[in-house]
Write a protein that binds this ligand. Structure first.
Ligand SMILES: NC(=O)c1ccc[n+]([C@@H]2O[C@H](COP(=O)([O-])OP(=O)(O)OC[C@H]3O[C@@H](n4cnc5c(N)ncnc54)[C@H](OP(=O)(O)O)[C@@H]3O)[C@@H](O)[C@H]2O)c1
Length: 412
């Protein structure tokens, strides 16, 4: 008889319950010894003797070799994972915010004997972390462009294809279990940035703080922006990008215009995709469901099985590429829809292809620095300014000059 993997589960929400259901329905050789949750008054689908409110019980139980952390509180999750790694446990998590904010520390904590897996933290069901860590370990990667957040992609697809409004699409994403408990994590681009930070480590050997990289979400997009894009044959997608030049990698998260022939254009709803451009491998496109209980839990299960081998990630590039750094020192072509003259001034455009009035403010299609955009992240969010990158367009000048001809009559 196969010996069961004995685990302690923390969190019994969307992903935790899906995990439990798959283990039970598929009769997997995994035994959930105890489940730690927070709310003592919640009705549960299992009898109360399955649960505890004391995380300590899981870490101190010698029978439990694997801790699976699936809670929606990144700070509490870090303390739990830290304790488990120090205790020499095998730890599986789906918490991208926690991993992105503490990656270097987590890597060091593994020296206590514990091991850590987090495949489900990036793109739900797509096995991109392990692939990046092991398949691409020697491959110089020129570029990564990805749709890494299922909720945002679902919202943008619903607005574009069904003509629903933003709030309606967000509510539906929440009801379907795609969205984070705090929706700003999704729509503000922060969840996407957390995932990009994890990929930067495995793809380039860079550990960066999410707050040091330019993050612009989709919450300020208006229907006229989508209409503007659609009439030119573009879609708007929330894209995480990393582009390498020498030892520098520019990285950002921003809504981007995407042409119909681009690989990311046909990725809709809760699907995610990662386009990797390698020096020798050329282009690879990975796609699959990036959110939802079952697809995410399936990834968690792959990690639970991996604990049997007791070998987590190699971090080959992090160990080898000590000279590689991220850099905001680059210019980007952007579309800006601003409200006041002060807004426009703040953006310090280095070059403007076209501009014009819109309502009280106006539009600009021009070039500004990534450093400047990063320093304006809070300002953009608070002032309700729209910024869309034109950096994925094949020929920005051609595309933007075409935009300029019709900009104002179409969008008004
Ligand atoms: N949902 C997705 O599609 C998806 C996709 C990829 C990754 N993830 C990640 O997976 C994790 C879980 O997401 P979810 O959607 O399953 O969240 P969720 O549905 O909101 O469930 C959260 C669970 O965490 C428990 N919890 C919160 N704080 C706790 C604490 N201090 N101690 C013990 N339990 C605590 C809650 O307990 P109570 O039941 O007592 O309230 C609840 O069971 C998050 O890190 C998320 O980013 C989610």
């Amino acid at each position: 008889m196969v010996e069961k993997i004995k685990l302690g589960l923390v969190g019994f929400g969307c992903v935790g319950q899906a995990l439990y259901n798959i283990i039970t329905n598929e009769s997997l050789p995994i035994e959930v010894v105890k489940i730690c949750v927070k709310d003592r008054d919640k009705n549960r689908s299992l009898s109360s003797d399955n649960f505890t409110f004391q995380y300590r019980e899981l870490v101190e139980d010698p029978e439990i070799k694997v801790i699976v952390e699936l809670i929606d509180d990144a700070d509490a999750a870090f303390l739990m994972v830290k304790q488990a790694l120090i205790a020499g446990k095998m730890v599986v998590t789906a918490n991208k915010k926690m991993v992105a904010e503490h990656l270097e520390e987590l890597m060091m904590l593994r020296e206590n004997g514990g091991k850590l897996w987090y495949e489900a933290a990036v793109c739900g069901s797509i096995p991109i972390v392990k692939t990046m860590d092991q398949f691409y370990n020697h491959e110089p990667i020129h570029e990564i462009s990805g749709i890494l957040n299922g909720s945002c992609n679902f919202i943008l697809s619903q607005i574009e294809n069904k003509g629903v409004d933003y709030q309606q699409a967000l509510t539906e994403a929440q009801e379907l279990g795609f969205a984070e408990s705090d929706p700003l994590l999704d729509v503000g681009g922060y969840d996407t940035m957390n995932k990009l930070v994890i990929l930067l480590c495995h793809a380039y050997g860079i550990t960066a703080s999410p707050s040091n990289l330019c993050t612009i979400g989709i919450q300020n997009l208006k229907s006229q922006d989508l209409k503007f894009a659609k009439q030119r044959g573009f879609k708007i997608k929330l894209v995480a990008r990393a582009v390498r030049e020498g030892d520098k990698v520019q990285a950002y998260v921003m809504p981007c215009f995407v042409e119909s022939q681009h690989a990311l254009s046909q990725v809709n709803n809760e699907f995610n995709a990662v386009l990797v451009k390698g020096k020798y491998t050329d282009d690879h496109l990975f796609t699959g469901k990036g959110a939802g209980g079952a697809p995410t839990a399936a990834s968690v299960i792959a990690d639970i099985y991996a604990t049997e081998g007791q070998k987590d990630y190699d971090y080959y590039k992090w160990n080898a590429n000590k000279d590689m750094v991220y850099s905001n020192d680059v210019s980007l072509p952007i579309y800006l829809r601003y409200k006041t003259a002060k807004d426009l001034e703040e953006f310090g455009f280095q070059h403007i292809w076209s501009e014009g009035p819109y309502e009280q403010g106006g539009f600009v299609l021009g070039k500004t620095s990534l450093e400047n955009l990063w320093s304006l992240n809070s300002y953009i969010e608070e002032q309700g300014i729209t910024v869309i990158s034109a950096g994925l367009l094949q020929d920005t000048v051609k595309a933007t000059s075409q935009m300029s001809k019709e900009t104002f009559d179409l969008v008004g």
